[in-house]
Each structure stands twice: as C-alpha cells, then as structure tokens.
Ligand binder design. Structure first.
Ligand code: ZN
Length: 132
C-alpha cells in the first residue's frame, strides 16, 4: 500500500531521534509507511516518519469504526470550514436577506455529522466502561 517513496536515511535518523527522546518502539508498524511505531512518554503513539499520531486498535471491527470516525471528523472539518467561508461572505451584505438555503443545508449537514461522531464516541466510552 505505501505509495510514497521512503527515504531510508531520514527514516533511520527519525527513529534514532525518537529513541534518544525516550520514545518506546512498538511492535506495530505505520499503516502508511511501514515504519515501526513509537509511544511517547505521554502514551501517544506516533509514526515518527509520517509525523502523525496513530490510533492503535485491538480488533478489525474497532479499526473499521475508527476509520469511519476519522473520516467523519474530516468531513466535519471541511463542512465547518465551508460554512465559515460562506458566513464570512454572507455577513457583510446581510442587511435584507434571509439566511441562504445553502448555508442552512450545510449547517444541518454539519450537525448531523457531529451527532454521528458523538454517537460513535459515546459508544466507545460505554464499551470501555463495560469492559472494566
Ligand atoms: Zn508512517
């Protein structure tokens, strides 16, 4: 799957840096580049090569759910950016107009996405509480 070219030199250097900083190397590898993942002292798991945080999950199902959630969060961010943009354009000449339909539609979509994300998060918490 890795479609980017790995700079082995940079990778080795970044891994060495991580070790020097007291990060712990894990058995899991980055889904994007295959570099071993590191756990920071604060518990966060990162790929030092991609420079992104990684969420470790225990089952296929959980991974799938996590993926959906991340995608939704991405959609939410795009929607809220778009909405912000539209509101910025809209407000200066707001005087007479009622809120445009598209602004309302985007707001509603945003709310829906937010609700789904919250539901997924809540479900996670409940599962955790149940497991303990
Ligand atoms: Zn990576």
């Amino acid at each position: 799957m890795p479609d980017e070219i790995i700079d082995e030199g940079a990778r080795a250097k970044k891994m060495a840096d991580a070790l020097k900083r007291g990060f712990k190397m894990l058995e899991d590898t980055c889904p994007r580049c295959g570099t071993p993942l590191f756990q920071k002292p604060n518990g966060e798991v990162v790929c030092v090569y991609c420079g992104i945080p990684i969420i470790l999950v225990s089952s296929e199902e959980e991974a799938e759910e996590q993926k959906v959630r991340m995608r939704l969060i991405g959609i939410r961010d795009i929607l809220s950016l778009k909405l912000e943009e539209m509101l910025r354009d809209f407000y200066p000449r707001e005087s007479s107009v009622t809120m445009s339909a598209s602004i309302r539609e985007i707001s509603e979509a945003l709310l829906t996405v937010q609700k789904v994300i919250e539901r997924l998060s809540r479900k996670k918490k409940e599962e955790k509480a149940y497991r303990h």
